[in-house]
Design a protein around this ligand. Structure first.
Ligand code: ADP
Ligand code: MG
Length: 231
């Protein structure tokens, strides 16, 4: 039997501020299984970032429930959410978000700072993750000495190093040329082959096409004309 790694039920996010309430996401129910590769696609303003923040435990829904790896995280406070985030989710962002003063391996070991591991063990794991993304020969390079595609691969290594339940990528190819885009998508495909759960958020149909399933969102809702997404 397949296990849902995440499950949203009737999730709504309403922003209160100024004169109007914005229902950025509403009536969203969806489930993603362990080992799935899912793209969440929608035009600008459709609610992708709002949904990403909820999926990534960066924000809580206004109503509805969100279970991640069997745990209801919807009622958690900031501190609890931060713990779940650090342990369970590997993030990849459009802007790489690497620390420019640190070499690649130090960037990759950062998420392990909270894990109570020895210095030596942290370094070993960081080097292994960099090897996994094909950067064994660049571990001492700083981000400025790497190409965009290589920097994003360092970010993927950083996302992998904690052995997370899910890799959550927000427009990971948005700042890359077509060659580097291909590199990064090939890497995601390999990770999926190896059993990783990947959720990739994008507005580009060509990028979404590499996933096993595409969930389309429009005006804050899962597009019901899309049978796969409604699952
Ligand atoms: P996308 O990432 O698909 O472009 P967003 O999730 O950023 O979409 O935004 C969805 C809707 O919610 C938009 O109408 C946007 O203006 C609104 N919105 C997003 N963030 C906020 C906020 N912090 N306060 C008020 N409205 C917001
Ligand atoms: Mg966005």
């Amino acid at each position: 039997m397949t296990v849902p790694i995440l499950q949203l039920r009737d999730v709504r996010k309403t922003y209160f501020g100024g004169a109007v309430e914005v229902h950025a996401v509403h009536d969203v129910s969806l489930s993603i299984e362990e080992g799935e590769y899912v793209a969440i696609m929608g035009p600008s303003g459709s609610g992708k970032s709002t949904l990403m923040n909820i999926l990534g435990c960066l924000d809580s829904p206004t109503s509805g429930t969100y279970e991640l790896a069997g745990v209801d995280v919807s009622g958690m406070d900031e501190v609890e959410l931060a713990q779940v985030r650090n342990r369970r989710i590997g993030f990849v962002f459009q802007q790489f978000n690497l620390l420019t003063s640190l070499p690649a391996w130090r960037n990759v070991e950062l998420p392990l700072g909270y894990a109570g591991l020895s210095r030596a063990e942290r370094k070993t794991r960081a080097l292994r993750a960099l090897e996994r993304v094909g950067l064994a020969d660049r571990v001492d390079h700083k981000p400025g000495q790497l190409s965009g595609g290589q920097q994003q691969r360092v970010a993927v290594a950083r996302a992998l190093v904690t052995d997370p339940a899910m890799i959550l990528a927000d427009e990971p190819t948005g700042n890359l040329d077509s060659r580097s885009t291909e590199d990064v998508l090939t890497l995601f495909a390999e990770l999926h082959q190896a059993g990783r759960t990947i959720v990739l958020i994008t507005h580009e149909a060509e990028v979404a096409a590499v996933a096993g399933r595409v969930i389309r969102i429009r005006d804050g809702q899962v597009d019901q004309r899309d049978p796969a997404g409604a699952r």
